[in-house]
Design a protein around this ligand. Structure first.
Ligand SMILES: [Zn+2]
Length: 141
């Protein structure tokens, strides 16, 4: 994929390291597709999550959902930055459900870093990933 950039700053490395360690803890025996996510909250706190699959497939949860749950449980409400990584050399993209979950706790300033195992990324806004998204504050006419 073109337009990939390498994670360079210490701040970005720290957050990506957390998402990477979350990925290594993922429970993905069915898909063998481990994913990690790390969130930098509005209060500059870090939260992580990984995908957790289940023999009853629909009961599995995504890494982004786990990171969001940790953020909410930790008392924060807004995603300043979120990093998502898998073991692939291609960047990993959040599923539709997770895009909506991210939407619930994002602002127009939220940065979404989609990363690969080579620690490259492509940066997105939520508007790019989920245009015309649903929110209780939106008035879609
Ligand atoms: Zn998802």
């Amino acid at each position: 994929m073109q337009d990939l950039k390498l994670i360079k700053t210490e701040k970005n490395k720290k957050i990506l390291e957390l998402s990477h360690s979350m990925m290594l803890n993922a429970y993905a025996p069915y898909s063998n597709f481990s994913v990690g996510a790390a969130i930098l909250s509005e209060r500059n706190r870090l939260f992580g999550g990984c995908n957790v699959e289940n023999a009853a497939y629909p009961e599995g949860t995504c890494a982004e959902a786990g990171a969001i749950s940790a953020m909410i449980a930790g008392g924060c409400k807004t995603i300043k930055e979120i990093y998502i990584i898998s073991k692939s050399e291609n960047i990993v993209s959040p599923c539709g459900g997770c895009r909506q979950k991210i939407r619930e706790f994002s602002s127009e300033k939220t940065k979404i870093y989609l990363c690969n195992i080579k620690w490259e990324y492509k940066l997105f806004s939520l508007e790019e990933l989920l245009p015309y998204s649903f929110s209780e504050f939106d008035d879609l006419k």
